[in-house]
Design a protein around this ligand. Structure first.
Ligand SMILES: [Zn+2]
Length: 347
C-alpha cells in the first residue's frame, strides 16, 4: 500500500491509499480513502503495510486496520504532506478542522478547474454541453481560467479545438447561454463557496434576497439563520472579502446571471386567493422560503400543519411517506412543482 494526496476543488487535501487490487463484495478495490492526517496517525500507517479494508455505505472503501504482523522494518511511517502536491504552496489546517487545504485559491490548477467543473454540474448551472474533458481542454488551452470566462467564449474559439467541430462548439455555446436562466439559489451554489452546499444555498437565497445583501451581511446576520453555523458564516464572509471573487461576480452580473430572488418571483396576483397551502419536500426552481413568499404574493396562505382544511400540498421531492399517507387519508391533493408553476402562471 502507498498513499497519494489529492487536491479537491475547495483545496481540501484527501489522502488516498493505493492498494494491491483485491476483489471485495462484487467489485475490485484499488483505492481506499484515508480522510485526513488524524486517520493516518490513528491507523499508524506505514508504507507497504498490509491493511484491512471495509466497504461501507460510501463508494470508496476505507481502511479499518493494519496487519502489524506483516510489517517490514523498512516500511517507513506515512507522513502527511506539508505542501500542495499540485502547486507547492504550504498547506493550512484550520483550528478545529480535520482537513488540510491548499490556500492557493487563485492559482492552484485543480482548484481552478474543480470550481469550473462544479459550476457547470447538473445541480449547479447544469451546462450539459460541457464535460470534465472539455473543461480540461479549455483550461489547458488557456481559454478559461474562471467560470466567468465561460460566458465570454465564442464558437469560433472552440471550433479549431481537438475533437470539437462546428456542431458541438455551437451546442456548448448554446448550453452556456441557456444557463442564464438558472435561478439565484442555484447560482449561489454554483459559486462554490466552501461549506455552502445545495441545501444551504437555498436557505441563503431565501433569507438574503440578492447577492449584494448576502455579500454585505455581517457574521451575526448570517449566523442568525438556523442552518448557518459559524463555520459556514466565516466561509461566506471570506469569499466576499476576496477582491477576485467580487470581480468574477461583477462579470457574471454583466453577463446576465441571476443574482436576485426578487426577479424570479414575478408579479402579484390573486390566483391563490382563499387557498391554504402546505409546502413539503425539496424544489428545483425556487427555495421553500421563496415559495412561501410566492404563495403570499398570489393571495394564498401558508399553513404548517396538515389538516382537512388544507387546500393542497405543494409537494417537492423527498416528501416524507407519513405525510403522504396522511394527505391521502384527509383527501388533501398533492400538487407538484411543475403544476404549481402553471397555476401561478410562471410556466
Ligand atoms: Zn495547491
Amino acid at each position: 500500500m502507498s498513499v497519494s494526496f489529492q487536491v479537491g476543488r475547495t483545496g481540501n487535501i484527501t489522502p488516498v491509499a493505493n492498494l494491491e487490487p483485491v476483489y471485495l463484495a462484487g467489485t475490485t478495490v484499488r483505492r481506499a480513502t484515508l480522510h485526513n492526517e488524524d486517520q493516518i496517525a490513528m491507523l499508524d500507517l506505514h508504507l507497504n503495510d498490509t491493511v484491512f479494508v471495509e466497504k461501507g455505505g460510501e463508494i470508496i472503501p476505507k481502511i479499518v486496520g493494519v496487519d502489524h504482523s506483516t510489517r517490514n522494518e523498512d516500511n517507513i511511517e506515512i507522513k502527511f504532506i506539508s505542501t500542495c502536491p499540485e502547486c507547492s504552496t504550504p498547506l493550512v489546517r484550520n483550528e478545529g478542522e480535520a482537513n488540510h487545504f491548499c490556500p492557493n485559491y487563485l492559482h492552484c490548477p485543480p482548484q481552478l478547474k474543480g470550481r469550473i467543473e462544479h459550476f457547470i454540474s447538473r445541480k449547479a448551472m447544469d451546462i450539459d454541453g460541457l464535460g470534465e474533458e472539455t473543461v480540461d481542454l479549455l483550461f489547458s488551452q488557456k481559454l478559461i481560467r474562471t467560470y466567468a470566462d465561460l460566458y465570454a467564449l465564442k464558437t469560433e474559439q472552440l471550433i479549431p479545438l481537438e475533437r470539437m467541430g462546428e456542431k458541438s462548439a455551437s451546442n456548448i455555446i448554446k448550453s452556456i447561454r441557456d444557463s442564464l436562466k438558472v435561478p439565484y439559489s442555484r447560482v449561489l451554489y454554483a459559486l462554490g463557496i466552501r461549506h455552502v452546499g445545495e441545501t444551504i444555498a437555498r436557505t441563503i437565497a431565501g433569507r438574503f434576497r440578492t447577492i449584494d445583501e448576502l455579500s454585505s451581511a455581517s457574521i451575526e446576520a448570517l449566523t442568525s439563520v438556523n442552518e448557518i453555523g459559524p463555520k459556514i458564516a466565516a466561509s461566506i464572509i471570506s469569499f466576499f472579502a476576496d477582491a477576485d471573487n467580487i470581480l468574477i461576480i461583477n462579470r457574471l452580473k454583466a453577463y446576465g446571471l441571476r443574482f436576485s430572488a426578487e426577479e424570479e418571483i414575478g408579479p402579484e396576483s390573486d390566483r391563490l386567493q382563499g387557498k391554504s397551502i402546505l409546502i413539503s419536500g425539496i424544489f428545483q426552481k425556487h427555495s421553500r422560503d421563496e415559495y412561501k413568499l410566492i404563495i403570499e404574493k398570489h393571495g394564498g396562505k401558508n399553513v404548517t400543519s396538515l389538516s382537512g382544511n388544507t387546500s393542497y400540498i405543494l409537494a417537492g421531492e423527498n416528501m416524507g411517506p407519513s405525510k403522504k399517507e396522511k394527505a391521502a387519508e384527509l383527501k388533501v391533493p398533492l400538487v407538484d412543482e411543475k403544476d404549481f408553476l402553471k397555476i401561478i402562471g410562471e410556466e
